[in-house]
Design a protein around this ligand. Structure first.
Ligand code: ADP
Length: 406
């Protein structure tokens, strides 16, 4: 470490049309957020925004309407911005969100060319996400040689699930070929598992269902801070209805769509990932805020369906756990939509939980009345911080390993 230089860790989260990034200062192993930002609309009308930890905009750029920007160009723009803002930076490592770790990876890894090839081979399991996630790793190898890259997986946290919670009732040969329930949003669940002992120590060993309700939505049953089961399966389509994804669906519908509507795999993919969920049912928006503010009957139906399916999945996961001590709400809807929390909690009265409305409006952290068999909480998630922590921990471990070598 050069004296006077700032040690920092970067986090990259590359989606299909956006690149989210964060930068953390690193001092004595402690991470402090320096900035976070986003390049969005990569394929349509790219726009860059960076904010300081207080949420103040510290950088902005718009490309002309209709311009397209690849992940590489987006990352180069981010790097140029960061270099200008913090010229004396020493980047200790970059943590990447990678959607699929397959069966191999139950924990984050330092990426080597071999590991990159292995992760690339998982792309058919998550064709819409994995190639985008890997693009910044490939680029960073090229333009930042010597800076360690760490891959953190959305699937890893669920590798603790029993086999019975991972198997589909299909010919077993397909299970062996990798068609099984992996589960996603693992970095968010892992972060919440780490926060529980701080927010509610009595729950750290308990039976808890965490509801990650954002644009993507899922739920995870946890015991002793470990994942027991979750609502997402082979892909991030299963389980709850989402902004534009369908959630649980009778597979017979797919056969019907192929037979009667002549849809092929690509058409089904677009329908199930981009045109379904809250957007599909309402015909208005994928955004929960818009739907909650609307009087349109189909907007109400979309919200009703979201609540209905969430309550049903809670019942299923509570059965898996054999009881329930707490519900935890997180992500965009879970943290902010008071009405959704109220309605979900009311639907779970049979579990012994009752809403404390003033606490709910104040966003908790505890939003249920004391004394019930089950409590309810709001805990904001922070997947980027989880990735940064993993990155620092792995780098420290690899330095120890080097030091310990004979
Ligand atoms: P992503 O999965 O893209 O990270 P987020 O976790 O940011 O998504 O969640 C986005 C969702 O959160 C949107 O449906 C948005 O409408 C909803 N949301 C954000 N703030 C509010 C709010 N104040 N009230 C209701 N819904 C909200």
């Amino acid at each position: 470490m050069t004296s006077g230089h700032k040690d920092m860790v970067a986090v990259a989260n590359a989606g299909s049309s956006s690149l989210k990034f964060s930068l953390y200062g690193l001092e004595d192993g402690n991470l402090t957020l320096a900035l976070r930002g986003l390049v969005e609309g990569l394929g349509t009308s790219p726009a860059f925004t960076a904010k300081d930890p207080a949420g103040q905009v510290i950088g902005q750029h718009r490309w002309e309407e209709g311009a397209t920007l690849g992940h590489e160009a987006a990352l180069r723009h981010v790097m140029a911005f960061v270099r200008e803002l913090v010229p004396d930076i020493t980047l200790q490592g970059i943590g990447h969100r990678v959607v699929h770790g397959g069966l191999e990876h139950a924990a984050p890894v330092i990426v080597t060319p071999d590991i990159l090839a292995q992760l690339d081979a998982l792309s058919p399991l998550a064709p819409l996400h994995q190639p985008n996630n890997l693009a910044p790793i490939r680029l960073a190898f090229e333009v930042l040689p010597g800076v360690p890259q760490v891959a953190c997986f959305d699937t890893a946290f669920h590798r603790s699930n029993a086999e019975v919670a991972q198997v589909y009732a299909l010919p077993f040969e397909l299970h062996e070929a990798g068609v099984r329930r992996y589960g996603f949003h693992g970095l968010s669940y892992e972060y919440i598992a780490g926060r529980l002992p701080e927010v509610a120590p009595e729950l750290a060993q308990g039976k808890v269902i965490v509801l990650h309700l954002g644009n993507g939505a899922s739920a995870c049953a946890m015991q002793n801070g470990r994942s027991v089961a979750s609502t997402m399966g082979f892909t991030a389509l299963e389980g709850l209805p989402m902004g534009t994804r369908c959630g649980e669906l009778d597979p017979g519908v797919l056969i019907w769509l192929m037979d009667q509507r002549g849809m092929d795999a690509r058409a089904l993919e677009t329908l199930l990932y981009k045109q379904s969920g809250l957007l599909g049912v309402s015909g208005i928006s994928s955004d929960m805020r818009v739907l909650l503010a609307s009087d349109e009957p189909r907007a109400r139906l979309a919200v009703d369906l979201f609540v209905h399916r969430t309550v049903r999945e809670i019942g299923s996961l509570a059965a898996e756990l054999g009881g329930l001590d707490a519900l935890v709400f997180t992500a965009g809807i879970g943290e902010n939509a008071d009405e959704i929390r109220r309605r979900v909690i009311e639907g779970c009265a049979w579990l012994g939980v009752s809403i404390d409305e003033p606490a709910n409006r104040a966003r908790g952290p505890r939003v249920s009345h004391p004394g019930g068999a089950c409590s309810a909480w709001v805990i904001p998630t922070d997947e980027e911080l989880m990735i940064a922590r993993h990155t620092v921990a792995l780098l420290a471990q690899s330095q120890d390993d080097v030091g310990a070598r004979p």
